[in-house]
Design a protein around this ligand. Structure first.
Ligand SMILES: [Zn+2]
Length: 458
């Protein structure tokens, strides 16, 4: 049945950044078919379900351009141990998860995504096939970025050993091909599969080339973690004799269909290279702040990089990502006016969807995909709503997002997630997290761990 959201404030994020008061949005199938005065839209769709949008704003859903759903497992822990983590466990807690438990942790990430208004996450991980069906069932428009590397990264961080293993790289390429064959275009086109190299220090020149070839052959987008830490910069300088972005440039890995995550420990030569190639920067602001980093977003944008946004580990909250990004960039540059709230909203919506090769989502315009969120406006921290984009970016919370539509279907309606059993997933994730960390701490009692965890069964 068609839907008309009536008398709402419509935040279009279109080229003119128009904000339309007392306006209706008409949806038929998976498309926006009308935007205009309520009586006109209602007349165009006489059989539609009519939803009262007074006191509500309708926005495009967010594109989270860099995340790892299963790392919800380390919430409340790894936020506080820098990157690369200063914790020296020989394995991570994720190694203790069964495939079924990984599904639950990924569902937890998907739940938080929906609750905070994300309609398109870019999930990056290794072995995504184990939870791809569950991700398709969330109703999200999801990009699955299966990762390849030929270095044992954990060992390199721990022991400084850089041994590249062809078989490891080969297995990664095969996983990407398999996932692409199984899921690209699945879920009525909601699922797509991307090619992911893990990070410059973890991918040899040969594997970089093969990833690039595979990406071209599949017509997919690509991603990589880039200039994430000074440890990475040092490691690439030592093993390749150049800076990380120069290394990718040498092997033709920079291009306008690449989403480079982080870009924070980067010199001006690298910024110029990245800009010239029109590589998209995923500005993962909140995690950068937690790590003590602040990427030079203004310079990257001026050099030619489109800016998108991502949450990265342990959180999926794009409302926080927008606000933190605005704060960080203003603090970094000492500029109390730029970026504007409208800039960061565009990065988190229209620009993000373009980066994910979803140009038909990300703005509210007739003919576009019906991927949208409904936000309550009449709240103590949001009124008066004379300039709602600013009020929401500066003061909004995920709880203000009450309904989420993807591809014309509600995945959350009036505060209730419709595609997953939220209570069961939250309960299970609490149990799984405690058990995995308990086992890790029991197995390595001699590894220094300077915090106290309550790992008892709930
Ligand atoms: Zn990441």
């Amino acid at each position: 049945m068609p839907t008309v959201i009536e008398h709402a404030t419509v935040i279009t994020v279109d080229a003119g950044r128009r904000v339309l008061p007392d306006t209706a949005v008409g949806i038929d199938g998976n498309r926006i078919v009308a935007i205009g005065p309520t009586d006109e839209v209602a007349a165009q769709l006489p059989r539609a379900e009519r939803i009262d949008g007074r006191g509500k704003a309708v926005l495009p859903g967010f594109a989270n351009c860099h995340t790892h759903f299963t790392l919800t497992l380390s919430r409340g822990i790894q936020e506080d141990f820098s990157f690369p983590s200063t914790l020296r466990f020989p394995r991570n807690a994720g190694a203790y998860l069964s495939d079924e438990e990984r599904v639950v942790m990924a569902q937890l990430g998907a739940l938080e995504s929906i609750r905070s208004g994300t309609t398109s996450p870019f999930e990056i991980g290794t072995g995504i096939a184990a939870y791809a069906d569950a991700m398709m069932a969330t109703g999200l428009r999801i990009v699955l970025g299966e990762t390849a590397a030929d270095l044992d990264q954990a060992r390199a961080v721990r022991d400084g050993v850089f041994e590249f293993d062809d078989a490891r790289g080969e297995a990664g390429l095969q996983r990407i091909e398999d996932l692409h064959r199984g899921y690209h275009g699945a879920g009525d086109g909601r699922v797509s599969v991307a090619v992911a190299g893990h990070a410059p220090e973890a991918v040899s020149p040969g594997l970089l080339r093969r990833l690039r070839d595979l990406q071209e052959r599949l017509g997919a987008i690509a991603t990589i973690h880039l200039n994430q830490s000074w440890w990475e910069v040092e490691a690439v300088m030592r093993t390749r004799g150049v800076l990380p972005t120069e290394y990718l440039f040498q092997h033709d890995y920079l291009h306008d269909r690449l989403v480079a995550g982080h870009c924070r420990c980067m010199d001006t030569r690298e910024i110029a290279l990245l800009g010239r190639s029109r590589t998209v920067v995923a500005f993962n602001s909140a995690i950068a702040a937690r790590r003590g980093y602040s990427p030079r977003i203004g310079e990257l944008a001026a050099a030619g990089c489109p800016i998108a946004m991502g949450s990265d580990n342990m959180a999926e909250d794009m409302v926080e990502v927008m606000r933190t990004g605005l704060f960080m960039e203003r603090v970094r540059t000492g500029d109390g006016e730029r970026p504007t709230p409208e800039d960061v909203l565009e990065w988190a919506t229209a620009a993000g969807h373009r980066a994910l090769a979803q140009p038909e989502a990300g703005t509210l315009e007739v003919g576009k995909l019906a991927d949208l969120i409904v936000v309550e406006t009449q709240r103590a921290h949001l009124v008066p709503t004379m300039r709602f984009v600013s009020a929401f970016v500066h003061q909004g919370t995920p709880a203000d997002v009450t309904s989420v539509m993807v591809d014309g279907r509600w995945v959350m309606r009036d505060g209730v997630v419709l595609t997953m059993d939220e209570r069961a997933i939250v309960r299970e994730a609490e149990r799984i997290g405690r058990r995995a960390w308990r086992r890790l701490l029991e197995d390595y009692p001699d590894v220094p761990f300077p915090v106290t965890l309550d790992t008892r069964d709930p």
